[in-house]
Design a protein around this ligand. Structure first.
Ligand code: FAD
Length: 386
């Protein structure tokens, strides 16, 4: 096998696999290396579904990126013929005056003329009888948003990347990276591979990988749980019920309608234990709160979806202190490009970030780095929990 490439992508998960596709499509000689066999259930992309929202509560600066991402997901669905996106709509609700997330989502919809419907708790209950909220709650519904199927997305990009000439090594962890003048060598049990540039997109392992390159970034992997619960299909199936986010007194939650009898899937966004990805306890139910927090929300807000647990799973976030991403060049090695810290909300952008990273790794243009994601931004302070 050839040992020299234009670009090596270290970590071919959500972000890395999309990058590999966009690189290979430009005729760039690309090697993708992954420690597992993507898509897989050991990182941050498994669990069947991810929400894509356009009115962006985390900041209106994300809107152009998510709009580009949606276009690219739609293209991927057309080109691959796989089921990539379901336009279920997304509902976000919280008590009146309680949520800066909702305020920012509304402001971003205004700034970019996105279609949203604003409603109160009474209207929410009338439209979706499966939801139980006080009358004074407020909500927005985004009809154009919905659900991505992450394993299908990664499988589709993998197939297209390989069809366009990318080489993919699976079940091959990168053990070390050596930076030379104008080139980078990547060490694995299958040999040493060299490239002009590399993209480091190792998800929850990025902190460990980048420490080999002298960087100590404030990246905190956390253990997150998700559960699928038996639900009244008449109320919660995907053709009548939206994906949702909720900022309620119990915490910040998100969830999905029941797809073909899967049950309602739910996760808690604002709680997760710090974790080491190499020793993570992947057994759902090991801690009482694994299921307990999820069931609490359903019992209060979606009681006919609080049936038996059908299945549960453990996944990882990788958080930065300000919960914005890091997409930038290594401060000392400009031919090392970093995509890290997706802080539990990165999947929806993977297509557009992959496209952007492929440009960064091929024809460097400074405007491909957004200030929001800069490695030098002041809000990217050291995380006390590390
Ligand atoms: C429970 C849960 C729910 C979420 N919900 C949403 C949502 O609704 N909407 C949304 O937009 N986002 C959501 N996210 C976040 C989103 O899934 C992540 O931000 C995204 O998947 C991160 O992508 P990544 O490429 O960084 O990581 P991954 O997809 O995990 O990819 C990293 C890859 O690097 C590989 N790797 C690691 N170390 C090495 C090594 N040494 N050598 C080679 N390969 C290596 C891994 O095997 C892996 O394949 C959620 C995340 C979780 C956990």
């Amino acid at each position: 096998m050839d040992k020299y490439f234009d670009v090596i992508v270290v970590g071919a998960g959500s972000i890395g696999m999309a990058s590999g596709y966009f690189l290979a499509k430009q005729g760039i000689k690309t090697l993708l290396i992954d420690a597992f066999d993507p898509p897989h259930a050991s990182g941050s992309h498994h669990g069947d579904t991810r929400i894509i929202r356009q009115a962006y509560g985390e900041g209106r600066d994300y809107v152009p990126l998510v709009l580009r991402a949606q276009t690219l997901w739609n293209e991927l669905e057309q080109v691959s013929g796989d089921k990539i996106f379901a336009q279920t709509g997304v509902l976000s609700f919280s008590p009146e005056g309680h949520s800066s997330f909702l305020d920012e989502a509304i402001a971003s919809a205004k700034a970019y003329s996105l279609p949203i419907e604003m409603m109160n708790g009474t209207e929410v209950k009338k439209r979706w009888p499966g939801i139980s909220v006080p009358d004074h709650y407020r909500a927005i519904f985004e009809p154009d948003s919905g659900v991505l199927f992450p394993e299908n997305c990664i499988r589709a990009y993998r197939k297209l990347a390989e069809e366009n000439g990318a080489i993919l090594l699976t079940n091959v962890p990168v053990t070390n990276i050596q930076v030379g003048k104008g080139s980078v060598s990547v060490e694995t049990a299958k040999g040493v591979f060299t490239a002009d540039r590399i993209i480091v997109s190792g998800g929850a392992w990025n902190g460990k990988i980048l420490s080999k390159l002298g960087l100590n970034l404030p990246l905190l992997p956390t253990r997150q749980t998700i559960g699928w619960f038996e639900a009244d299909e008449d109320l919660y199936r995907d053709t009548v019920f939206p994906a949702f986010t909720a900022e309620v007194p119990e915490g910040m939650y998100y969830g999905f309608p029941s797809f073909r009898g899967s049950g309602v899937k739910i996760g808690r966004h604002d709680y997760g234990q710090p974790a080491d990805p190499d020793t993570l306890n992947r057994e759902f139910g090991y801690y009482p709160e694994d299921e307990g927090y999820l069931r609490n929300f359903l019992e209060s807000h979606m009681p006919q979806a609080a049936g038996n647990l059908k299945k549960g799973s453990v996944c990882m976030y990788t958080k930065t202190p300000d919960e914005h991403f890091i997409i930038d060049r290594h401060p000392s090695y400009p031919h090392v490009i970093i995509a890290a810290g997706f802080s539990g909300h990165g999947f929806k952008f993977a297509s557009a970030i992959g496209e952007r990273l492929s440009r960064l790794a091929s024809a460097w243009k400074p405007d491909d780095i957004l200030p929001l994601f800069s490695i030098n931004r002041p809000t990217l302070q050291k995380n006390d929990e590390l």
